[in-house]
Design a protein around this ligand. Structure first.
Ligand SMILES: O=C(O)CCC(=O)C(=O)O
Ligand SMILES: [Fe+2]
Length: 202
């Protein structure tokens, strides 16, 4: 399959539902779950420290350090399977990446709140390439700010089920005009590992 444009105003969103085969995705999920030194990090939220409802890890080229919601993350050196995946994602998107953020959602109770990937070190129109392994979860998008939200006439946030092996690309003005989230679900779901490849300016 190839990357297909999803029609979303003031955004550039592309999806390849079968970027990896289900078997490839399953192997990668098992290998990475075991090999990655997962961290459970606090996050600063409205001046309070709370634990993130997920496990994380940050890999990248030396020097691609990243400030993320009050955390300064030093990258781990690439694992061979992450290096290979980086090259496949670069090939598919035609974009270079120097780092990847891994999020492990252990169950339906793990989640990520609404945010934009708009940290200064990502630049003004970042390309974010997101690979999903494991459980299908709903990725939500809602327009920002309020005036633009009204103009889109959307009654509710968009909901995009991301399946195992899929590749989602957000680029162009997407981060400026939209927020995204991965809400909790009460469904009994297995673990989901998401990898977002990024270019961080040193
Ligand atoms: O898990 C996902 O699909 C989203 C992850 C995300 O938005 C992020 O890492 O910034
Ligand atoms: Fe994000």
């Amino acid at each position: 399959m190839a990357l297909l444009h999803l029609p979303l105003p003031a955004a550039e969103l592309l999806l390849d539902p079968s970027f990896l085969s289900l078997v490839e995705a399953e192997h990668l999920l098992a290998n990475l779950t075991a090999a990655v030194p997962w961290r459970h990090e606090p996050i600063r939220l409205f001046g309070r420290e709370v634990m993130q409802p997920r496990l994380t890890a940050w890999y990248g080229d030396a020097g691609a350090a990243y400030a993320y919601s009050g955390l300064r993350l030093e990258p781990l050196p690439w694992l061979p399977e992450l290096q290979l995946l980086r090259r496949q994602v670069e090939q598919a998107t035609g974009t270079p990446f120097n780092s990847v953020l891994l999020n492990l959602y252990r169950s339906g109770q793990d989640s990520m709140g609404y945010h934009a990937d708009d940290e200064p070190e990502l630049g003004s129109e970042p390309v974010i390439a997101s690979v999903t392994l494991g459980a299908t979860r709903r990725f939500r998008l809602k327009p920002r700010p309020a005036a633009f939200a009204e103009a889109t006439g959307l009654p509710a946030p968009l909901s995009l089920p991301l399946t195992s092996g899929s590749l989602l690309v957000m680029r162009g003005p997407t981060q400026r005009n939209w927020l995204h989230a991965l809400p909790k679900t009460s469904q009994p779901v297995g673990p989901r590992l998401n990898l977002t490849f990024r270019w961080v300016r040193g």
